[in-house]
Design a protein around this ligand. Structure first.
Ligand code: 5GP
Ligand code: ZN
Length: 118
């Protein structure tokens, strides 16, 4: 099974066919700055396997959530925002506000977040 998808923006970033500002990379994930930041820290964390959305996860693939969350914890320490705190968001489909159909976690920090979200 091909792990990446030819016409997917985030897969192209993983393949270095499209530029992004990389914050962290390992064999499991790529993390880069969001092009339209909603907070002083706004990082997108993507697994290096193409999965459209969170509702497509199976027992075999759900480990990508671990990989993204662990990366967020490491980035928080690197950016020294772990004490103040931050927010992780996974948008799914139309009502969730998903626009890019390669599963990803938003990491938002550097300011106080509000609740409920919009
Ligand atoms: P979603 O709306 O799917 O949850 O999040 C997609 C995110 O990807 C958005 O926050 C959007 O700003 C970001 N994004 C879309 N296109 C690009 C791009 O070309 N480069 C970067 N760095 N981020 C992008
Ligand atoms: Zn993809």
């Amino acid at each position: 099974m091909e792990k990446l998808k030819a016409d997917c923006l985030f897969c192209k970033m993983i393949k270095k066919e499209v530029h992004c500002s990389i914050v962290k990379e390992d064999d499991k994930i790529l993390a880069f700055k969001d092009i339209n930041p909603q907070a002083p820290v706004h990082i997108i964390i993507v697994p290096k396997v193409h999965i459209d959305k969170v509702s497509d996860l199976t027992k075999d693939t759900a480990g990508v959530m671990n990989d993204m969350t662990l990366a967020a914890a490491e980035i928080a320490k690197e950016l020294k925002i772990e004490r103040d705190g931050f927010r992780l968001v996974v948008n799914c489909e139309e009502y969730g506000g998903q626009t890019i159909y390669h599963i990803h976690t938003h990491m938002l920090g550097g300011r106080r977040m509000t609740w409920p979200p919009g």
